[in-house]
Design a protein around this ligand. Structure first.
Ligand code: NAP
Ligand code: G4F
Length: 326
């Protein structure tokens, strides 16, 4: 009898998808990733996994593709990581963000319900749902007050997950994950924009780095630590929702100061505040309390903020070294 477990990951080409795939492979899973059709290759983050993973084509906008994939693959666990995940884009494309990041969750849940199999489901919820924070630090009991169409869509995704758990007795959980970063982070997000910017300036490829609100504060962790929490949530005896965070907060300015220092540079000489990157509504302060995850799941972050910043900058310095002009 083959007791190898099968996991289906939507959003496998993203930052978290790539780390989660590595983690599940190391645990002996059969890993299947769902990707949408594109005319260009977007497999940069999972290319190194080669034929260790299977790829199937589907789209969270399309119910029939979701239902067929779940029926064919027969996963034991589904991790729904796919989303339009960049907050500023959600003001430019609010309807698409709602369709994909919000309603897309229902499509996966409906696909699971149609199979009548005991599939465990993880929904990638977000600290962005806390928005204009109602408690500091934020816990599983803090009321949501989203400040972007993205945050609003994620609130829908969270509650539909809770609703299917309660309505159909499904093992469905929502991970309230705070910002987590890595050298695989998309270059539009502020941490990677900074590490990439530092490397460009150090190598003579750029003269300045233009950013928005330097006083915004985030609870930043390492993505590799956070995918472990996703897996642990699906191994628990009972399905429940958890805040996953470090419990520490830092400003964008502090991130800049540390990141430029890794390359022996003073951020004040290079960072320019540009209103173009300031948002219509801002989330000023995010800080999560991961006590429940520690108590119930035994989860704790391992990587410190300082190590994360240093690793990201060193990776970008090495990546851009071949192009260096100085
Ligand atoms: P990411 O790097 O932006 O990856 C998003 C994934 O979703 C990619 O595989 C992307 O596929 C797919 N995707 C995006 N728009 C799509 C669309 N319209 N149709 C089909 N697929 C689409 O995000 P991440 O940082 O790994 O985050 C994973 C999940 O966790 C997301 O749901 C995000 O909202 C949530 N989250 C992230 C954080 C964080 O700090 N990273 C915190 C809380 C929650 P393509 O390659 O085809 O674009
Ligand atoms: O890196 P960010 O774009 O991440 P944001 O908006 O917090 O969203 C990320 O984390 C969420 C979890 O809370 C996820 F759900 C979401 O999918 C995504 O992964 O911006 C962080 C902060 C913001 O306050 C922003 O205003 O940095 C500030 N910032 C300042 N200058 C900037 C910039 N952000 C970006 N992207 N670019 C700037 O130039």
């Amino acid at each position: 009898m083959n007791d190898r477990r099968t996991a289906l990951i939507t959003g496998i080409t993203g930052q978290d998808g790539s780390y989660l795939a590595e983690l599940l492979l190391s645990k002996g899973y059969r890993v299947v990733g769902m990707t949408r059709r594109t005319s260009t290759d977007v497999h940069e983050r999972i290319g190194h996994l080669g034929d260790q993973i299977e790829i199937v084509s589907g789209d969270l906008l399309d119910q029939s593709s979701m239902t067929k994939i779940v029926e064919d693959i027969k996963p034991d666990e589904i991790y729904n990581l796919a989303a339009q995940s960049f907050v500023p884009t959600s003001w430019a494309q609010p309807v698409l963000t709602g369709e994909f990041t919000g309603l897309g969750v229902t499509r996966v849940l409906e696909a699971i319900r149609a199979t009548r199999r005991p599939i465990r489901f993880y929904q990638a919820s977000s600290s962005e749902m806390f928005g204009k924070v109602q408690d500091v630090p934020q816990t599983e009991h803090t009321a949501f007050y989203p400040r972007s169409p993205y945050g609003v869509a994620k609130v829908y995704g969270h509650w539909i997950t809770v609703n299917y758990r309660e309505s159909y007795d499904m093992y469905a959980v929502s991970g309230l994950l705070f910002n987590h970063e890595s050298a695989r982070r998309g270059r539009e997000f502020v941490t990677r924009k900074i590490s990439d910017g530092v490397a460009r300036i150090k190598h003579g490829l750029a003269r300045e780095l233009r950013l928005g609100n330097l006083d915004a504060r985030r609870d930043w962790g390492f993505a590799g630590d956070y995918v472990r929490a996703m897996w642990l949530m699906l191994q628990a005896q009972t399905p429940d929702d958890y805040v996953i965070a470090t419990g520490r907060t830092h400003s964008v300015r502090e991130f800049c100061r540390l990141a430029f220092a890794v390359a022996d540079l003073d951020y004040e000489r290079y960072v320019v505040e540009d209103p173009k990157f300031v948002r219509p509504a801002e989330v000023d302060l995010l800080i999560g309390d991961p006590a429940k995850a520690k108590r119930v799941l035994g989860w704790e972050p391992v990587t410190s903020f300082e190590d994360l910043v240093e690793r990201m900058v060193r990776c970008d310095l090495a990546r851009l070294q071949p192009l260096a002009r100085v």
